[in-house]
Design a binder for this molecule. Structure first.
Ligand code: DAH
Length: 351
């Protein structure tokens, strides 16, 4: 900057520069700044005093004072940047490196994701493939091709959330899938046996919620189709799964149950992991010694025929379980609504 020797404020400027050269830390710089540019600073005074000058000097004095102000503002800023750059931070003794760091909070997997991954791992290690499918499903796949015709009373087993398609007569009835079983059909229609697959995914029911019912939850479906598949394969596969999830000494129990898409159908239970299936049982197994974990069965010949497989040549088994139920059992959770009520105190326990 171009300063004249006898110009207004020149003396102040020279003195300030001398002082500036002696500054050796941030504190001194701050002090210098307020002495010069603060409310009662010398440059502030210099500008104020212009009003007392004879009017023919005011213009030049104002210009000079302003130049001085800008000059020091820039100088101070430059030095300030030097002191606060990363290198300076490391060597500046005014920083306290013994202060504890600020902990970053990490997100964590949702408990349903955790259990689905655990279940998936057990089956993929047994050689199962993994597939996923649509949550908005056709009536045809969710029911009809699973041997549940329109108007059949078996539909009452699945309280259904329907998608309103009344405005378009060309659209088939649509619904939010009530189970992952429709993926059995979609997969069999697409490929020939052998099939060995599990399908995790969201499912929906028109449900009044309580501690054991949610309107949205997650299921894991399993399907195996090949030549010569028998109930023995079903039993050993699911027992292997039960032992991996609930402990090596678990036993699996199969009792007759009805699902329209399997024949015979079964309800699968394990002996209670809490009381080891003690005769008197405990609270976890409702004093029965057994805990139900899923539905299963041999794929119904009508279902095989429907997708173009010859039931005289091929047979298969299928199973389906609620993922949250498995997590509840493993972790002693007594209310399914906790999974989707977004309480971080609950969710954080699964990180
Ligand atoms: N989809 C059935 C349900 O949601 C569960 C089920 C039972 C799946 C038997 C199956 C099976 O694959 O074979 O209640």
């Amino acid at each position: 900057m171009d300063f004249q020797k006898d110009s207004y404020g020149n003396e102040l400027r020279l003195k300030a520069i001398e002082k500036f050269d002696l500054i050796s830390n941030l504190e001194q710089l701050e002090e210098f700044k307020s002495e010069l540019l603060g409310r009662k600073g010398s440059i502030t005074d210099l500008i104020k005093n212009i009003s007392t000058l004879p009017s023919d000097q005011k213009k030049d004095a104002g210009k000079n004072a302003n130049l001085i102000k800008i000059f020091f503002q820039d100088l101070i800023q430059e030095k300030f940047d030097d002191y606060t750059s990363t290198d300076a931070e490391e060597s500046n003794p005014t920083l306290d490196f013994s202060l504890p760091g600020r902990r970053k909070s990490h997100g964590s997997f949702h408990p349903t994701t955790v259990v689905v991954r655990e279940i998936t791992k057990v089956f993929t290690e047994m050689g199962f493939d993994l597939a996923e499918g649509p949550e908005v499903e056709l009536d045809e796949y969710n029911f009809q091709k699973l041997n549940i015709p329109i108007d059949h009373p078996a539909r009452d087993m699945w309280n259904t959330l329907w998608v309103d398609t009344t405005s378009d007569v060309n659209i088939q009835p649509l619904l939010l899938r009530t189970h992952t079983s429709p993926m059995q059909i979609r997969l069999m229609e697409k490929q020939n046996p052998p099939i060995r697959v599990i399908v995790p995914g969201k499912t929906y029911r028109y449900e009044a919620t309580d501690a054991t019912h949610e309107w949205q939850f997650c299921q894991v479906e399993g399907l195996v189709v090949d030549k010569g598949i028998t109930f023995a394969h079903l039993k050993s596969t699911l027992e292997e799964f039960a032992q991996n999830m609930f402990g090596q000494k678990r036993k699996a129990r199969f009792r007759c149950d009805f699902f329209p898409f399997v024949e015979p159908g079964a309800e699968v239970s394990i002996d209670c992991f809490k009381c080891d299936g003690d005769r008197d049982g405990c609270k976890v197994c409702s004093f029965t010694g057994w805990i139900e974990i899923m539905g299963a069965g041999m794929v119904h010949p009508e279902v095989l025929k429907g997708v173009g497989y010859d039931p005289e040549i091929y047979s298969g088994f299928a199973f389906g379980m609620g993922a949250e139920r498995i997590s509840m059992l493993r972790n002693g959770i007594d209310d399914v609504r906790l999974f989707y009520s977004n309480d971080l105190r609950f969710l954080k326990q699964f990180s």
